[in-house]
Design a protein around this ligand. Sequence first.
Ligand SMILES: NC(=O)c1ccc[n+]([C@@H]2O[C@H](COP(=O)([O-])OP(=O)(O)OC[C@H]3O[C@@H](n4cnc5c(N)ncnc54)[C@H](OP(=O)(O)O)[C@@H]3O)[C@@H](O)[C@H]2O)c1
Length: 351
Amino acid sequence: MRVVINKKPGGPPPKPSQRCDPIEIQTVPVPKPVKGTVLVKLRAAALNHRDVHIRERQYPAINFGSTLAADGAGDVVAVGEGFEESFVGRKVYINTSIGWEANPRTPEDPRNYGVLGLAPSPGTLAEYILVPRSIVFPLPDHLTYEEGAAIPLAGLVAWRALMTLGEAKKEDKVLIPGFGVGVALFALQFAVALGCEVWVTSGKDDKLTKAVELGAKGEVNYKNDDWVAELEKKSGANFDVVVDGSSGPNTRQFLRLIKGGGIISVYGAVAGSNVTITMPYVVGSVQIRGSTMGSNAEFGAMTRFIETTKLKPVISGVWDGLANAELVYQAMRSGEQFGKLVRIRHEDSRL
Ligand SMILES: NC(=O)c1ccc[n+]([C@@H]2O[C@H](COP(=O)([O-])OP(=O)(O)OC[C@H]3O[C@@H](n4cnc5c(N)ncnc54)[C@H](OP(=O)(O)O)[C@@H]3O)[C@@H](O)[C@H]2O)c1
């Protein structure tokens, strides 16, 4: 089978800011299912910023020769000993987290936790993937393979940040700062489908317009001079939950906007990683909760929600075939997309 891997570059090392390790298509044997695993023939894969950051070596332990990408959907073609044969032929999508069953706080044993798309875990830029049975979920009937592949990583991060740690409920007032095309887009869709009143900020007016089209009640451009006062005036503040990928100096501003006992659920830090804890957090009983990835139990709950609400992810582009993987990475790096970038491989596609 063909897989797309990251390669150690030859020549002198580039400056860290220019680093982007090359990728290559390799042919490797199709893995054989062993007890507890399932072999999935992949029909679609999608990228996240993490996949770009892996090629830029922004994480500490980058293994060359990794089969890349974490999001995927396809068909079960074989199951390991002891598992239900009836699962063969099922249309499925795959949780990106390996080794996190149901513990609401952290993976049960962090030493055995891994994420697809970086060795020793397998990746989805491949024709087949062998994964634990526990991370494979039936794809909701209303979704295509491409739509299924667009959901797992960003969808699950948004689900945990909004639902598990944010404890969002119907009619809650939810703020999503730095409305983006990955996690924040899913957070908006989930919160709207749940029946929350959602407000967003972004530095780009066209994204704010799209957020309102997707159901946000209102928006503010965070590049405006006093965006906090503007948002306070427009929305009436009193937010129950902030689902935040920005962090840094913004966290302090949320104090003006959040109600006592509110929750700031933080999954990223694009605006900075230094946060000042001030007394108003303490006396207002505001909770700041760090959120990352999610468990199989949460993936199952997210799947049931998607089934019930018939929610569909936003997809900005589809490329056909593994040979186009580099184009998808380039599109991801450009940051121009709105929605997920999906790489599909049809049955008859060739290099
Ligand atoms: N915890 C996890 O498991 C997990 C998983 C996935 C991602 N993440 C992290 O989450 C963050 C977002 O990832 P993503 O994939 O969702 O990216 P994304 O869709 O590109 O979102 C990033 C957003 O941040 C906004 N932003 C930039 N500077 C800002 C500022 N000063 N104030 C407010 N917003 C600002 C941008 O808004 P504009 O375009 O409007 O400027 C952009 O929409 C990253 O830090 C990523 O590493 C964490």
